[in-house]
Design a protein around this ligand. Sequence first.
Ligand code: G6P
Length: 585
Amino acid sequence: MCGIVGYIGNAPEEHLLHGLEVLEYRGYDSAGIAVIHHGKMSIYKEIGRVANLKGKVIETEEFGAGIAHTRWATHGKVSLQNAHPQLSQNKDIAVVHNGIIENYNLLKEQLLKNGVKFDGDTDSEVIAKLFKDNLSIQTLKEVIDRLEGSYATLVVSKNENRIYFARNKLPLYLTKTSQSIILASDPMCFINQSKDYYDIGDGEYGYADLNSIKIYKNDQCVRKKKNKISFNIKTLANKEFNHYMLKEIYQSKDALINILENYKKKKIIKILNHIASIDTDKIYLIGCGTAYHAGLIGKTYLKKYLKKEVECVLASEFIYQNNIITNKTLCIFISQSGETADTILALKHSQKFGAKTVCITNVTYSSLATLADFTLPIYAGVERAVASTKAYFAQCIILYILARKMAGRRYLANIKKFLHEIDFSDDSLIQKLATMIYSKREIFFIGKSVDFITCEEASLKLKEISYINSQAFACGELKHGTLALIDNKKLIIVIATQSQLLNKVLSSASEIKSRGGQLVLFTPLSLTPQIKKIFKVIIPIKQAEEDFMPLQTILPLQKLAYFTAVKKGNDPDMPRNLAKSVTVE
Ligand code: G6P
């Protein structure tokens, strides 16, 4: 993970800090900057958010060059020593790095034997210490030739206003304006600065200054085409809401409107037709975290409409499972960011066996989108909060569209109808429930069939931002172990949206009630007074067509996670230990 940015031009501190703010979704354990003015290098580092660093940096209007980093710790605890930039032995060269150097232990041992001293415990420091006293394209090449693993790295020396860079497996982009050079992990950093950019490829390295940009691969100069900046940063401002997460839950509706608008366009219909024409005997849905849960929902659509073999697999497990992949396999990769390392690895693996690949993503310039045979955009707009909400909603809708399209059925009218049925539930009811649960150490969710998938997603949301241990169970599984955990301190959230399964769900609820557990119900179904008595709280959900009920139901549950986190005093947008874009395996 981690975000890196480099800048050459006037007021480098301001630009680097701005870049770090844009990249903070990639990690926020610590942040740091190295800036060079007139042959002198200044280093600033702080633990925690970029805002902490901002207060410490002395900003200048002067011309200079610099590199910056926002960290998600992989090797070495969160400390100033482990914050980047990392310095060479003579402190003249500074390095920022995103990725993992897998052979760092070996390299470190060799360096230690040669008398090199280390300041911290990161793998990244090895890169800095491999530079002796001079930085040039040759020494950069010599260093990267010794690295195994993944990296996007920027290197500066106090002796020149030039940034050296190298990339292997992790994103790195570069742009030049009339007065500046910018390098970053995400071209979002270039918005309002430039109209186009270069995508640095795997194995490429080089340098950039105001006079020239040189990019090499295997010692050969590479000529690259520019990409246009066709995305915007509109949704980055957050005025009306206290947190991005709440805003983004409400933006699920905007995503639906965007999907309706774009999924009738020729360009998208052409892609859908291509996918529908693929001769396939097996479909895999692959993703991580929330995107995996969207895959589980997608699986229910594909099985219902296509009646084909469909499996949904965690991306981090996919390549280790001896999955049967042939040229008749269709692999659908789901990823908000399109940069999740495990998902990218799974895609490359499936392509080796000749599978056709589709990527469902929010970021159409991402690595996943570039690698996949077909890309289906989700049009959710920038998602900032670490816990994915609107992207989940939009991913499920795209999977619905894909399943219907592959089965030769229409989809737009049903989605349009759902647009008018979307209901975000009453905030005050959910806030009351949040007050009931925020001091609990443990919460369980139970449901049956598709409601069990909603339980899994609701449980993930709750634990990731409230830090309450929560677990989801299929109703029928309770008696096979989980009931042993029930006592009168336990609170269980029941999700029941399918009338045909209500009696079975109620049986499970009664078994819990008999053992003292407190029950909360989320349901669109009307209940008799006798049934209502089983539950301490009932949150009504507005009925929608069966296929869309998982989406209607997740909205109040996302809000429950949000209000619980806020009640606990947590930052729901940036939960501890996590990052939005998970670019390491
Ligand atoms: C992180 C985020 C989750 C997200 C998952 C997969 O863990 O916190 O919200 O679901 O990554 O990310 P992707 O970008 O591949 O959807």
